[in-house]
Design a protein around this ligand. Structure first.
Ligand code: TYM
Length: 331
């Protein structure tokens, strides 16, 4: 059975893009993979996080993943900082990875923007830690949204260079599992921007804890154009907001874009938004409700993460110790 590793930053409440791009896939992949799912709190602090909020968001995120269907008995759910192997391997990878490689990472450029000099060194070497997350488990398949593809290519470059430098075949190559639909869900306020849990505007995203009224309001306020829905998929080109809403509908209703348009062509956004609200509420509300229930018992959530960390450590520790020996560290 192939091993899966994937992670999500507890830097906010997971949003619909996280769900469609990653979490929904994680749930399905549990059937025929050995899965390790990680709340990457060390990645989160590459930008400032209020400590109390980081803690509560980590627990909320654990609750959301359990509510969405992650099985912490059969698989592993834990927070990154609880397993020190991640930091140790990340340091080795900081020394394997090249500045030129990191300079090409578009996510750093997007996040740091023009104010590059004022961002943390952690944000810059973030992809090296991500490579360490995956390779500490020698995981071979990584389910992510499209925005993480470049980081996984870097992971493969790091694995290859490590193997080459130390003359071994130690780390495997990894395969990105990117969903065929909704791999990049866009902001509800701007169809050219990715939906993100760290966007300053909560109106730009549907959060996994939103209730039905909040979802309805956010969809009603979502930016659109003034045209009706086209009959052909090509008619969505150049209409990013329309395309995004149709994509969300299709992904949640398990339909193709063409099937959605066949049902809704010629409609204005008023009625389409109502139909979309029903589909989104149908998918999200049960998860939000179960999350509320799980949040009542913080001790249980902490104990799920602790037990996951112990099992994660049992896998990662021997792999990272072996990597350290290959580097020449006395162990
Ligand atoms: P993060 O926390 O930004 O997002 C978690 C997952 O959600 C996907 N995603 C999206 N998919 C579609 N549309 C969107 N608008 C959208 N926004 C986010 C992301 O692609 C991701 O799969 N670097 C990672 C976390 C990480 C990781 C790892 C992932 C750390 N170590 C190792 C895989 C393996 C991140 O920031 O994800």
């Amino acid at each position: 059975m192939q091993r899966i590793f994937s992670g999500i930053q507890p830097s906010g409440i997971p949003q619909l893009g996280n769900y469609l791009g990653a979490i929904r896939n994680w749930v399905n992949l549990q059937a025929d993979h050995e899965c390790v799912f990680c709340l990457v709190d060390m990645h989160a602090i590459t930008v400032w996080q209020e400590p109390a909020k980081l803690r509560s968001q980590t627990l909320t995120q654990a609750a959301i993943l359990l509510a969405a269907g992650i099985d912490p008995q059969k698989h592993i759910l834990f927070n990154q900082s609880a397993v020190s192997a991640h930091a140790r391997l990340a340091w080795i990878f900081n020394c394997v990875s090249r500045l030129g490689w990191l300079n090409r990472m578009t996510q750093f450029k997007d996040k740091a923007g023009k104010d590059r000099e004022n961002h943390s060194a952690g944000l810059y070497v973030y992809p090296n830690l991500m490579a360490a997350d995956i390779l500490a488990y020698k995981a071979t398949r990584v389910p992510v949204g499209e925005d993480q593809k470049q980081h996984l290519e870097l992971t493969n470059d790091i694995a290859q260079k490590f193997n080459h430098d130390y003359g071994v075949e130690f780390f495997p190559q990894v395969e990105a599992l990117i969903p065929p639909a909704a791999a990049r869900v866009m902001s509800l306020r701007d169809g050219t921007k990715k939906m993100s849990k760290s966007d300053p505007s909560a109106q730009s995203r549907i959060e996994m804890t939103d209730d039905a009224d909040t979802i309805a309001l956010k969809i009603r306020r979502a930016k659109t154009d003034t045209d009706t829905l086209p009959s052909e998929v090509e008619g969505l080109e150049g209409r990013p907001e329309a395309k995004n809403l149709v994509t969300i509908y299709a992904a949640l209703a398990d339909m193709s874009l063409a099937e959605v348009l066949a049902q809704h062509q010629g409609q204005g956004f008023g009625p389409f938004k109502q139909a979309l609200t029903e589909v989104v509420v149908g998918a999200i509300a049960p998860i939000a409700q179960e999350t509320q229930r799980l949040m009542q018992n913080e001790d249980h959530l902490v104990s799920v993460l602790r037990s996951g960390a112990l099992r994660a450590q049992a896998i990662a520790e021997p792999i990272v110790t072996e990597a350290e020996k290959l580097v020449g560290f006395v162990k």
